[in-house]
Design a protein around this ligand. Sequence first.
Ligand SMILES: [Zn+2]
Ligand SMILES: [Zn+2]
Length: 305
Amino acid sequence: MCRSSVTLFYGLWVKSWSLAFAADAYGQINPTLLGIDLIARRWREGKLEVEEQEMKTTARDLPSEVWELVKQELIDVALEKQAAVQLACYRCPSCRNALGQSTEYEQKHYPELLTETRDLTDVWTCWEDLKCKRCIEWIGVGAFRWMKSGGRRAEVERLLSLYQLCMPSTAAHLEDYTSFDLNELSPVALPLRSSSTNWTLFNRPQVESDRIHKDDGDFADHDAYNLETSCLSIPADAELRFRRLIHTYRLWVVDPTKSTIVPLSERQPLSSAVSSTHQTIAEQEKPFDEAEPRWMLWSFAELCC
Ligand SMILES: [Zn+2]
Ligand SMILES: [Zn+2]
């Protein structure tokens, strides 16, 4: 099925791997975080009961700021663990050998491992930089299934819903689909809903066309929706929600936008004054910070074969 879509959303983009690890980490430590929230709430309400301890400081003496720090520490440890577990899955035999992690099976099948010497600085150790060429070959393009792994998507939505945010589309953003998917981006947005039950299956702010393409080449399709202006009013705490999510779960924000739709104004006459060599104001000045949520229009098209 060929597919194309246009999505309208207020939000930003993050690297899919950072969101995937955040969701995995959250899934692992969620019960503990809930427990700490419960303790902190009882402390605020003066209802926290603790057993007598010999030490001078007990849980009753810890202010809520300390519980927040404990939570952040737990999240950071869980994020690091998820990143390390995934790295261990994907490293090439040479990197694994350099870290003393290669198995007997690998040493038997890659005898060169026994004689090679590798600088540890060349070994792939973090998701920000896949610096080992052998790892790139070993993994191959399209190997990571960030949002397509079983259950991951639901976990991501569960994490985002804590901040009253969502993913506005099931598609991912990859500049070049033959390139390495460490660059894949996922949109994070304020939720919008449709007045129609026939909107998209998952109720996303998305105009979508799916068609089986025919040999006669005629497979045009189209769709149009109204937009209520009240959709455009942004809740007062929206920016804070995005910022908290990104900081707490260490998400890697990337801005893939090319230019900005701006109203016509005196500064930008419609006349021939805008020549091909003259950049528009929008192009000269990047009007948004990378991590600044804003309205975006995103088009996506995919051929089935
Ligand atoms: Zn097709
Ligand atoms: Zn490697």
